[in-house]
Design a protein around this ligand. Structure first.
Ligand code: BGC
Length: 254
């Protein structure tokens, strides 16, 4: 088990659920149960804060400001401010989110984009570890998140779920995220043909050396990754849906 100084709490706020755990940062693994509460309807800042407090209370760490806390959020995050709101309340646009959580929780936090921190987790402890060249992690969930990593260094806030698909006049994520599969009750094959379009397009734009697929559905990677025909190798995130929690915690400790 990691010493007290090499553990931190990661909280991953998603469009559907808010997940948190204490993370052992020697090993890059969860050291506690994973606590999950639903993301409040409308995902307004105050309601999200209340839900995050519930997660921290359940983990038994809310009264311990010595345990570092990282929070991941599904939006562009720059200098602690959220600058977009694809699957959350529009109140987050141009919002001093980091300060809001710090004031509300009474402690310092580290705050970043959810896919970016998942990318950090995979660089430090997973599929991108020691991988040179261009690695592109995508999370398939309510939206599509992206983390672009070049020679181990993250280029933050790439937002590649929002590349446009001319044929359906909309964002890639509304066509190819896991939520589209659920909403439209697609078969694995039908969903994979949408992913084929998406990954081929992104492959054309970036010529990556490796694709990593995260998000909750990555635990079923064997159902859809073998259906994709790409020149770029594509693998599931080693930490599956926990990559966001682990990466948020890793960021908190620096
Ligand atoms: C957001 C991204 C986020 C992704 C995954 C997108 O809709 O714009 O910031 O990383 O969803 O949650």
């Amino acid at each position: 088990m990691a010493s007290k100084t090499n553990r931190a709490v990661g909280v991953d706020i998603g469009g559907t659920g808010i997940k948190g755990a204490i993370v052992d940062l020697d090993q890059g693994v969860l050291q506690s149960d994973r606590i999950k509460v639903p993301t409040p309807k409308g995902a307004e800042p105050q309601d999200v804060l209340t839900a995050v407090k519930e997660v921290l209370d359940t983990l038994g760490v809310s009264g311990d400001p010595d345990v570092h806390l990282g929070v991941a959020f599904p939006a562009i995050v720059k200098g602690g401010r959220t600058l977009s709101a694809a699957n959350v309340s529009e109140k987050w646009i141009g919002f001093e989110a980091e300060k809001f959580f710090e004031d509300g929780l009474g402690r310092d936090i580290h705050f970043a984009n959810d896919a970016d921190v998942a990318g950090i987790a995979e660089v430090r402890f997973g599929a991108a570890r020691g991988h040179d060249g261009l690695v592109l992690l995508t999370t398939l969930g309510t939206g599509i998140g992206s983390a672009l990593i070049y020679n181990g260094v993250l280029v933050p806030n790439t937002e590649l779920g929002h590349v446009q698909r001319a044929k359906h006049k909309g964002d890639a994520e509304s066509y190819a995220a896991y939520s589209a599969m659920e909403r439209e009750e697609l078969s694995w094959e039908d969903w994979a043909s949408r992913l084929q379009w998406y990954y081929e397009y992104v492959q054309f734009l970036f010529s990556p050396d490796l694709f990593i697929v995260g998000g909750g559905v990555s635990k079923h990677a064997d159902r859809f990754l073998p259906l994709l025909k790409l020149d770029t190798p594509i693998v599931a995130a080693v930490h599956r849906n926990n990559a966001g929690i682990i990466g948020a915690a890793a960021l908190a400790l620096g």
